[in-house]
Structure formats: structure tokens, C-alpha cells
Ligand binder design. Structure first.
Ligand code: GYE
Length: 317
């Protein structure tokens, strides 16, 4: 009889749900799922770090899922967050399309979803609470305008584009094209995706140098990492970046910023990856049921030889 009782008690204990996470002050801890794209760039590593640090600072339990560059893994992560009944979800979406079904599942479970860093296209904007990101079209315009003005309106450009179908790749190409349209002599002679990585940036730049060699006046890379890969390719081909070929990019994190100060990169537009504080302000408001603006734009600045050196020691990322 005693044995039977012990077995029943053990059984019940093993079936009881695990206790809800509790914060130091005794209130229930928020549990937030974060679906990250991967670790393709310096920017993304900085964003991951900012989100993890901010969650820890606020006593939020973060369930972190790295999709290793595959949207299907992000969709799986969202489904698993729904199954785990998290309080909110933060999503950095790899591509613009393909979210409708899984976001409907999230909405049915009444879990607020905050988009960070990239936007998506869905029929119904109510599928997400808010988007916190830079204005990628404007980033592209700023670089395009700079190039048009600095080159006196004549230059052949090769473009290293970001991940196909991603918001920043689409919008940075669009903004740049829009700005250089005012300078008919500035032309994109080749454009190819290089996945936002240094290795691909180098590989594609090598191919551009083979096909177009001396005709190339500038490289426009949709992010720092591809620009750093392009620098390597240029130097290995015996070209002097900043003199023979101008290199321009977006992100402006420390490794590329250092090359800007050294004169190898000629202009950078920043894109802040420090989204943790804004993301969790939004999460906490959404969980409380407060209204949020559909979009918060993170402002960006342009840096070149005129202001880079003074900025370097002040850079936060
Ligand atoms: O510019 C790039 C990255 O989504 C804004 O993704 C982000 C971009 C960033 O891999 O470096």
C-alpha cells in the first residue's frame, strides 16, 4: 500500500507542469521567444548580443532560436514558441514573403509578435504588433547621392546585393537606383547577390574583376561584410581601394569603420544593430495590451573622410 502511494505521488509530481518562471520581486517573469536569422554578418552578431543582453537586464527569459540562414527553420521556431505558450515573440525575418500562415497561427494563440530589423509583406498588418527597423530605401539613397556628387556624376558601379528576397537587399537596391537616376553618368553595370557574407562578397567581386576589370569605378555593397570581402579581392587583384576603386557600404560597424578611417572604404551609412532596448519596450507594451505605432524608424547617418576619424572613438558598435 505504502509503495503504491509512493508511486502515485511520484507519478503526480512528474506530471505536474514545471513552475512558472518567477522574477526576483516575485512577479511572473516574461518568457519571450526570439527567432534570429543566423550569424551571416558582424551586424547580426551585434543584434543578437543586444537582444540577449537587454533580455537579461530586464529579467526576461529569452528562448533563442538560430535559424542558420533558413526561413523554414524560423517557421519551425515560431511554431515551437506557440507550443511553449511564450508571452511574446520577437522575429527578425529573413525574407519579405512567406510568413502569412505561421503568423496566423501565432495570432490565433494570441501571442504578440514584434518584428525587428527587417520588414515583411503580409495581407493583414494586424499579424504583427510593430516593426522596429532602419529605413533601407533612405540608406541606399544616401550612398547613391554621395557617389553621384563625389564622382561628378560619372562612374561605373558594381553592386554586391544582400540575401535574395530580403527587405534590406530589395530596399537598398531601390534607394540607390533612385538616387543615381539624378546622375545619368553613374550606372550599375553589374549586380549580383552575395548573401551578406564576407566570403561571398570576395567571390562575387573576383568574378566582377575578371569580367569588367578596369571599367569598375565603384563597388556598392549592401553591407559591411561584403565590402570587406570586396576589399580583399581588389587588393589581391593589385587595385588600391579608395584610389582606383571606391568602396561604399551600409552598416558601419567597427571592422568596416576602421577601413573607412584608413581610407580603403570611402563612405558608409550606418544601420544600428542595437535594437534590444527598443524591441523589449515594444514587447512589454504589447503584452500589457498597449497600442504601438506600426513602425519605428531607427535613424542612420552617413560617414566619409570628413567625419569618420572624429566618430571612431565614440562608436558604440
Ligand atoms: O545590414 C546585414 C545583415 O537586416 C539590417 O542584415 C539587417 C542586415 C544588415 O546581415 O549586415
Amino acid at each position: 500500500m505504502k509503495h503504491l502511494l509512493a508511486i502515485v505521488v511520484l507519478f503526480l509530481a512528474s506530471c505536474s507542469p514545471s513552475p512558472e518562471p518567477v522574477a526576483k520581486d516575485g512577479t511572473k517573469k516574461l518568457v519571450v521567444g526570439f527567432s534570429q536569422i543566423g550569424a551571416e554578418s558582424e551586424w547580426r552578431a551585434l543584434e543578437t548580443d543586444s537582444i540577449k543582453k537587454e533580455a537579461a537586464r530586464r529579467g526576461i527569459e529569452l528562448k533563442f532560436a538560430d535559424a542558420q540562414g533558413r526561413q523554414e527553420n524560423q517557421i519551425k521556431a515560431l511554431k515551437s514558441f506557440v507550443a511553449q505558450k511564450v508571452d511574446a515573440i520577437v522575429l527578425a525575418p529573413q525574407t519579405k514573403l512567406g510568413w502569412e500562415n505561421v503568423l496566423e497561427e501565432v495570432a490565433r494563440a494570441k501571442i504578440p509578435l514584434v518584428l525587428v530589423d527587417r520588414g515583411i509583406e503580409v495581407k493583414d498588418d494586424a499579424l504583427y504588433a510593430t516593426l522596429i527597423a532602419s529605413d533601407f530605401v533612405e540608406e541606399g539613397r544616401m550612398i547613391g547621392r554621395w557617389l553621384g556628387e563625389k564622382t561628378g556624376g560619372a562612374c561605373n558601379v558594381v553592386e554586391l546585393a544582400g540575401t535574395v528576397g530580403s527587405d534590406p537587399a530589395i530596399e537598398r537596391a531601390k534607394g540607390f537606383a533612385e538616387a543615381i537616376a539624378a546622375f545619368p553618368g553613374v550606372r550599375v553595370i553589374k549586380s549580383q547577390p552575395a548573401e551578406f557574407t564576407r566570403a561571398k562578397g570576395k567571390e562575387v567581386m573576383e568574378a566582377f574583376l575578371k569580367s569588367d576589370g578596369d571599367a569598375i569605378g565603384a563597388v556598392y555593397a549592401h553591407n559591411d561584410d561584403m565590402a570587406l570581402g570586396a576589399l580583399q579581392a581588389l587588393e589581391e587583384a593589385g587595385k588600391q581601394p579608395g584610389v582606383d576603386v571606391l568602396v561604399l557600404a551600409i552598416d558601419a560597424a567597427k571592422p568596416a569603420f576602421t577601413e573607412l578611417v584608413a581610407g580603403k572604404i570611402s563612405a558608409l551609412v550606418e544601420c544600428s544593430p542595437l535594437l534590444g532596448p527598443l524591441a523589449f519596450d515594444a514587447v512589454e507594451k504589447a503584452v500589457r495590451g498597449e497600442a504601438l505605432p506600426k513602425r519605428t524608424v531607427v535613424p542612420d547617418r552617413l560617414f566619409d573622410a570628413s567625419n569618420a576619424a572624429a566618430e571612431l572613438s565614440k562608436r558604440e558598435y
